[in-house]
Design a protein around this ligand. Sequence first.
Ligand code: G6P
Length: 620
Amino acid sequence: MCGIVGYIGKQKAAPILLDGIKSLEYRGYDSAGISVINNQGGVAEAQVEKAVGKVINLENKIKSRELLGGLGIIHTRWATHGGATEANAHPHSDCAGNIWLVHNGIIENYKELKNELISAGHQFKSETDTEVVAHLIEEQVKSLKSKVQSYALEDAVRLALKKVRGAYALAIIDKREPEKLVAVRNSSPLILGIGNDEYLVASDASAVVKHTRKVIYFNDGEMAILTPDNHRVVNLENQAVDSQPQELDWTVESAQKGGYPHFMLKEIFEQPEAVENCLRGRLVVQEGTAKLGGLESIKDKLREIKRIHISACGTAYLAGKVGEYMLEEYAGIPVEVDLASELRYRKPVFDNHDAVLVISQSGETADTLASVKEAKEKGILTLGIVNTVGSSIARETEAGIYQHIGPEIGVASTKAFTSQVAVLALLTLFLGRQRQMSLVTGERIARELQRLPELIRKVLQSEDLIKQIAVKYQTHNNFLYLGRKYNLPIAYEGALKLKEISYIHAEGYGAGEMKHGPIAMIDQNLPSVVIVPSDSVYEKTVSNIEEIRARRGPVIAIATEGNEDIKSLADDVIYIPKSLEMLTPILSAVPLQLFAYHVGVLRGLDVDKPRNLAKSVTVE
Ligand code: G6P
């Protein structure tokens, strides 16, 4: 979690840093801080400001100050070590206030390092793990000074990091070297933007894209040494690394709200286009299959796969649960779906013909990344479904499929979810056609996938109705979400969305399992959202609705267009168009996203940045 930005160049750093960090606020927003080196008249000074709460508080604080320098760093925090206070907000410094740094990640051995540094006379000002790095660098500067005539900041940084265990993306400045920015990465995301006589480093591309689309993705253990007109990348052994810049495929607009009041609503409405983008060029309808460039090189290996372990977190995990039903039904491959935080610690029984498939929008989720590493350690084929190009998971996995949906900024995942499910459908086609799936079935699925963007557009037309339903139920404090088969994961996802966005207790449950417990809670005060499309389990789910009605529980039904009977069973009905059963989750998820969104807004909450959450969870 946490977002960092660093700037060095001919312009004033502060406005660029502030603007950049705002686009990273989804990564954490409990405090923020900035440090700019002002080098007027040959006397360099570090101008530092910190504020608790969102970046706007920091912005208000620095309004009255003139931050002039062209070198600076900024941070938005999601607290791990130490509460959300100004003292714990980054940037952190050494004892002398020369070295300033911002950090995303966790220094695992910080306690022992801190004790050693305290014994050596260092004084700490915060409870963070990060601060040890500043003091460690200070210590190395001291030692270098005693040995050599001149030293460089990057040498001290390299030596200091040899003592550090953990994950970090760091941007470091030193007022004694006011024309230099050092940035280094290990396991936490970091990107270098190369402009004209200026450089930016940032946790992700959204902070960079306004200034340049020429970027370098760092590998673990790589460090950039930047001056206003030059950059150098080395490893921690000080050997030059040949990092070739790449062109970003994001646009500035894709990281802005584009007239919508919230990113979440914009991203909900972007879903037809997002699904279109992730399908583009991949469907081969007449052959009833999918062409997936990222899997070409391992096509033969995939033919041999006998079992798939899906591993992911949060909403991506629930996309994986839908994938399980699809892959088992149409590709005939046994699938197990694990929470990544479980897979990495339990002892999964892997076979040589198994593959681990991880799903991650950000490509940086710590537990998901760890499950990739665990599988690789055991020699298992690793595959990824990832949105962020160049992310850690994209690079760690052997092969994979990109979602190509542009940045998702709202903390609660929406368009990433539906496109993950669409990609899983593509994978099902691909693997299914390698196995027993007939041409006719493949063609039918491919054609239906082609129609999906249009069908999602139709669901979005119900927004006004969904808003009215949100008004009606907004004061309830408990909800039950029920579904079966393909729509059981959607019941979980609907409940998760409501919890995340409106802080209302909502429980997702198998409709058939309801009578084994939750039915005890049903009365007129507990609304149930039941996903009941006209599919193979329709009648079973209708029986479950009857059980709720018999106990006077209000029912909101998500049903298939043309189903008039359901009106007499449910208090409120939201229709979705008819589609293949395996694709209904992509349609039924959409009204639940809109419902959660509107309840959250009606309750006056910040739906883009729900309390306590962060979008990219780079800690365990
Ligand atoms: C966080 C986000 C969720 C997301 C999950 C996994 O919890 O708030 O929206 O589903 O992380 O993120 P990933 O980037 O791995 O898909």
